[in-house]
Ligand binder design. Sequence first.
Ligand code: FPP
Length: 268
Amino acid sequence: MPGERGEALIKEAISKAFQGNRRLSVLQLRKKLIKAQLPRHVAIIMDGNGRWAQAKGLPRVLGHRAGMESLREIVKLSSELGIRVLTVYAFSTENWKRPQEEINVLMNLLCEYIQKELDELHRQRVCIRTIGHIEELPSKVRSELLRSQKLTADNDGLIFNIALNYGGRLEIVDAARSLAVEAKSGAIDPAMIDEALFGQRLYTADLPDPDLLIRPAGELRVSNFLLWQIAYTEFWSTPAYWPDFQDHTHFLSALIAFQKRERRFGGL
Ligand code: FPP
């Protein structure tokens, strides 16, 4: 029937738009990648850990553990490909609403990740940074983060930026407050405040804006992530869950899809 046929065609088109090159092997995908046209900054909303676990009849926390494995793979791959900055959304200001037990698991996983990966990341010359209100995290997490940042501060490889207790609106409020304080003290004239100066008061002041934002689990929301910085970022989503990113195909597909986009930044 035409109706059914139409529906099938729409489904196919959506699936293609979502998945791009997903059926190709990692090797084929890597061949398609144009090394000279990689995004400088990739941002990821690591979504779908819970649904991945649920679909397999596992507890949600195992989904987060599998998500940690994806993170390990994607950081290594980004570093090896020569991507300049990778920012991942690991814990939002809204995630405190989750059950305490799940929050504890996430905090412990973060410590475990650093303990297991730090030497290797340092060897790869990865520079670890964070954005967000780190001072409100448990002291064990803060000290592991501090240790990893101190050790890798001078590394000239991938900047691995972890958003923790991060909210995009809070970041904008923090920037506005710091400019207000400077204006009140007379250090700046309010008339000087423009987009460039505002950008310098954000947590990402010295980083380029993300070129590509990846969101797994089929969600088409921004969820309070890098609100200012993603004004002209290319968005890519897939129905695959974040733990499925372990095999590299989704991440490589996102990079290839990015390379086919025409970016006009509001021009023609
Ligand atoms: C969202 O998926 C994911 C998170 C809130 C946490 C992301 C954390 C990890 C990937 C674990 C490892 C992190 C580090 C920094 C080592 P969700 O659980 O909300 O998924 P759902 O929407 O399917 O429930």
